[in-house]
Ligand binder design. Structure first.
Ligand SMILES: Cc1cc2nc3c(=O)[nH]c(=O)nc-3n(C[C@H](O)[C@H](O)[C@H](O)COP(=O)(O)OP(=O)(O)OC[C@H]3O[C@@H](n4cnc5c(N)ncnc54)[C@H](O)[C@@H]3O)c2cc1C
Length: 408
């Protein structure tokens, strides 16, 4: 187990500087254009693929880094560049993690390369869990997967919503219920391979922020996938369902805790995205406050402005520390006895909303225009308190964990 450290090692610093260079030179200059276009920035994803940032190798290297700092450091730098473009770059990684975590070696080897494509023909992937009537209450999802034993195929029907890259993905990972009576314990994940009949894109959403990231409904109408597309395989699923039925009779504590641990481990990454956006807005505001003069002196000479910057920086640093701690805990298998993963996401996402609003205030009228990036950063920051569990759900998880109450 790696000791917790707040220092990046030399190799990590090199990676951070390389990512920062890409974010500053390629992502940030393209941000306003793709925000206005509200389209997936394919040329930027391709650039990221050419230099090796958009690849499984890079993502896996950070994901398995035993210090736990690889993923938060990478997320912070890319999202510092721009949240919408960065989500277009890392969205595939979120689907890939679903396969890495639950798939067999064969499934990982077959499907993950198809999620990324290659630098000359980049592809993206989508992770589809949320539904119109199952957002926070993910256990109530209605998409059904039924096994057709004669053909060794699964038949999937349902409607997914809010899917990042939904409908434009080469590979979709779809969460469906195989046993509705078991609630979330009766869920399983399926690969829907490229070109599968019955999968189509529904509405593409026009959003408040992260507009360079594609978000859409995904309709599954009698989608048939081979038995081999069930992540983890049928034998493992049958064993898991049998265990869940047993546990359901005797309280189900172990299964609940396993599901919670997965969320606790993934939430710090979203916290790190929020830290990146907050830091970006803070830096713009600091720079502006030093150079903008009113009443014959830089506005930062006024305590009213300087104290805001002090608060902004303090909260960003505190958010990063919570994120790094939770990320280290996740990688090193530490139990989240106080829901530290949810805590980090809650604090960092609310910090990003607050700090980006303060940045607008410090830039005055300029902050309110699209000539300056902070209004975009503020719009972008609103997503962090919504996806991967809303702030209310984080508070619910933290408080129930502290109280020793079950989390449904
Ligand atoms: C841009 C974007 C990208 C997304 N990408 C993906 C993706 O790739 N894949 C995917 O599967 N999903 C994705 N999501 C879905 C996201 O995870 C959900 O939007 C989120 O979980 C909230 O669900 P909901 O929108 O249905 O809100 P609801 O669950 O309807 O919540 C509405 C409000 O009620 C509150 N609330 C609900 N229950 C409680 C409670 N028990 N106590 C207190 N308050 C409560 C919520 O906090 C919220 O304020 C994305 C969403 C967006 C907007």
């Amino acid at each position: 187990m790696a000791e917790f450290t707040m220092e990046l090692n030399d190799e990590q610093k090199e990676v951070r500087d390389w990512l920062h260079g890409f974010a500053a030179d390629v992502i940030r200059p393209a941000a306003a254009e793709w925000d206005e276009r509200e389209e997936t920035p394919w040329p930027v994803i391709q650039e990221a693929a050419k230099v090796g940032i958009y690849s499984l190798d890079f993502y896996a290297q950070q994901y398995f880094d035993s210090t736990g700092l690889g993923i938060p450091m990478a997320m912070e730098e890319l999202f510092w560049g721009d949240a919408g473009i960065a989500l277009s770059i890392v969205g595939t990684g979120l689907a890939a993690v679903g396969v890495l975590a639950n798939g067999t070696e064969e499934q990982i080897g077959t499907w993950i390369p198809q999620m990324y494509g290659d630098p000359n023909d980049v592809k993206v992937a989508a992770f589809c869990s949320s539904e119109p009537d199952a957002g926070s209450d993910v256990a109530s999802l209605r998409t059904r997967a039924v096994y057709d034993e004669a053909k060794d195929e699964w038949v999937i029907n349902g409607t997914k919503t809010w899917a990042t890259n939904g409908g434009i993905a080469n590979v979709h990972v779809v969460v469906a219920s195989v046993d509705p009576e078991l609630g979330s314990k009766g869920h399983a994940s399926f690969i829907v391979p490229p070109g599968t009949e019955g999968l189509s894109q529904g509405q593409k959403f026009k959003k408040h922020g992260i507009r360079a990231s594609h978000t859409a409904e995904v309709v599954l109408d009698d989608v048939r996938v081979p038995g081999s597309c069930l992540l983890g395989g049928k034998e493992k699923l049958d064993e898991r369902l049998a265990r869940a039925r047993e546990k359901a009779k005797s309280g189900g504590e172990r299964v609940k805790n396993a599901a919670m641990a997965t969320f606790e481990a993934s939430r710090p990454a979203v916290g790190a995205m929020a830290v990146g956006t907050a830091r970006a807005a803070y830096e713009v505001a600091l720079d502006y406050a030093r150079t903008r003069e009113q009443f014959g002196r830089p506005i930062i000479d006024n305590q009213g402005v300087a104290f805001q910057l002090a608060d902004m920086r303090t909260q960003i640093d505190a958010a990063r520390l919570l994120v790094w701690r939770a990320s280290w805990m996740a990688v090193n298998g530490r139990p989240f006895t106080a829901a530290e993963g949810s805590m980090s996401k809650l604090f960092a996402s609310e910090t990003a909303k607050k700090v980006t609003a303060q940045a607008i205030q410090i830039l005055g009228g300029n902050g309110y225009t699209r000539e300056y990036p902070v209004e975009r950063m503020h719009r972008d920051s609103a997503i962090y308190t919504i996806f991967e569990g809303t702030s209310e759900i984080q508070r619910l998880v933290i408080s129930r964990t502290l109280a020793g109450m079950p989390i449904r």
